[in-house]
Each structure stands twice: as structure tokens, then as C-alpha cells.
Design a protein around this ligand. Structure first.
Ligand SMILES: [Zn+2]
Length: 284
């Protein structure tokens, strides 16, 4: 299979073929699922994925989850649906790297037990709070039966091996749907064109893409004051992003499905220099 990769930053006309392992897929991570926090927005985002039968991985904060009927009933109602995958997002959304290996293991275990008790499904994915991990996090995760860990490319730098038969897969966030602005005064939701080009970039570079979403991305807001109401413009950007991904034949999967979809692909890039430049661009 040959895929022509669009590399808009390339200027060298010569093209070349390279073999990479790729899933030709993108996983979406909805972080910070918890009781009574913008719950109509959390629900609205999950419904967007459900409507089009697209995969979504939700990161649940164990100690903040279980009492809000709106969120708990919804997640429970879809627990047998393979398109919604539940992940552990810490016990109290703590920075795990501040704890010893034993303490990290206890925090992961507590969250997994609470989620299992409520949903009768045990998470095999750890979405690291603040995307921060250290080497102890990997051992602590393994001790608790975690098979996939998602941090980001800063705290868990490349390379990533997405071929089969490993005990723990590292599948970090590679793209963000939104973020705080430079002076931390407001939350920005990026437009779908920008996010889509980063998805393509991530696929070229790593063979997969993980896009992080936060409830804040889709809430009506003013500066950092959020209302528990879905913002139709921001949800519209997400819908257009998903349309574009589907139109290009890129699969939308849950994080645990990335490995299953991975195979060796021959891809055409304009030059090897482009691909190298790519890597340097990402690491800056
Ligand atoms: Zn979080």
C-alpha cells in the first residue's frame, strides 16, 4: 500500500519512498472526566463520537467520579460499546512523578479499583495527569495491568514502538484540540484545519496520532469562566475535523486499537530531508 503524504513544509521537488510502521489512524482522548464538572459538555462531546460510531478514549479521575448521575449513567450505558474506552486519569489528578514507585502504584491501583467498582470494567490505559511520567510510572503501571500509557512527547519522548507484542505501549498525545493562551488568561480552541494538519504531521512522523480534548475546549466561556453549555461553534470545529479525517480514509480508533491497526506501509515523501526536517521541527 502506498500513501502519498502531503508535506506542505517541503520545498525539495524530488520524492522518495520510505517504509514506516503506521496505523493510518487517529485516537481521541477526552481528559478530565469527573462528577459535576461541565457535565453537559462532557456528555455533548461523547455524543458527537457516538453519533458517527467513532472511537473515543475517556480519561476518568478515579476519586472525582461516581456520584454525578449524568456522567455515571452515560458512561455506564456505553460500557459494553467498544467505541468508548475508559482510561485511568489518576486518583486525584496528581503529578505522578512527585511520588515514589510504590506510591504511584497505589494511586493507579486506587483509581482502577474505583472505576472497576462503578463501571465493572477495568482500565488498561493510563492517561498521565498533566501528561507527566517518569521511569517509575512505567513499572507502577505494569504492576497494575496497564497495557497502554499516554503522556506527551515532552515527558515521554520518541521513538515509539507500535509493533505488536510489547508489555507496555507508549502512545502519547501528539496533537491538542485547544490550550491555554500564552499568558494563561483564556482557553483557545484551535480550528479544524490547524488540528488536521497536525494530525497528518503526527502520522508522517510517528505512524499514529493521539489528539487530546478537554471539556473546556467545547464549553461556552469568557476568559477562564466556563458555563456548563456546549458551544456550537467549537463543537462544529470538532465535527469538521472528524469529517475531514474520515474523508481522507484515516480511521478514528480508541487508544488500545492503535496497535491492532498498525502495519508496515510504504509512504512517499518529497525527500528524506523533509522527513528529517519534520522530526527536528517537532522536537523544537
Ligand atoms: Zn487531566
Amino acid at each position: 500500500m502506498v500513501i502519498l503524504l502531503a508535506l506542505p513544509w517541503g520545498t525539495v521537488p524530488n520524492s522518495t519512498y520510505v517504509k514506516i510502521h503506521s496505523c493510518n489512524c487517529v485516537a481521541f482522548r477526552l481528559d478530565d472526566i469527573q462528577d459535576y464538572f461541565l457535565n453537559q459538555v462532557q456528555l455533548g462531546v461523547m455524543e458527537v463520537f457516538d453519533k458517527r460510531n467513532a472511537g473515543l478514549t475517556v480519561g476518568i479521575i478515579g476519586n472525582y467520579f461516581g456520584e454525578d448521575p449524568t456522567i455515571v449513567h452515560y458512561v455506564k450505558s456505553r460500557i459494553d460499546d467498544p467505541r468508548l474506552e475508559v482510561a485511568n486519569h489518576g486518583w486525584n489528578h496528581e503529578n505522578l512523578s512527585e511520588f515514589s514507585k510504590e506510591e504511584q502504584s497505589t494511586l493507579i491501583q486506587r483509581s482502577n479499583e474505583k472505576i472497576t467498582q462503578i463501571l465493572e470494567s477495568r482500565p488498561a490505559i493510563l492517561i498521565a495527569p498533566y501528561n507527566i511520567v517518569n521511569t517509575d510510572t512505567f513499572s507502577a503501571a505494569k504492576q497494575n495491568g496497564i497495557r497502554y500509557i499516554s503522556a506527551n512527547v515532552t515527558y515521554d519522548p520518541p521513538p515509539y514502538d507500535i509493533r505488536g507484542s510489547q508489555s507496555l505501549y507508549r502512545l502519547p498525545e501528539t496533537v491538542l484540540m485547544g490550550d491555554l493562551n500564552a499568558d494563561n488568561t483564556s482557553w483557545i480552541t484551535f480550528d479544524h484545519q490547524k488540528v488536521f494538519s497536525e494530525v497528518e504531521h503526527s502520522l508522517n512522523q510517528f505512524g499514529f496520532a493521539v489528539v487530546t480534548l478537554h471539556p473546556q475546549d467545547f464549553a461556552v466561556r469568557q476568559m477562564l469562566q466556563y458555563q456548563n453549555i456546549v458551544d456550537n461553534n467549537h463543537i462544529g470545529e470538532l465535527e469538521m475535523l472528524l469529517d475531514k479525517i474520515e474523508d481522507r480514509g484515516i480511521k478514528i480508533v480508541t487508544i488500545d486499537e492503535i496497535i491492532r491497526h498498525t502495519s508496515e506501509l510504504e509512504v512517499q515523501v518529497r525527500s528524506l530531508q523533509d522527513r528529517k526536517g519534520n522530526v527536528e521541527e517537532e522536537s523544537s
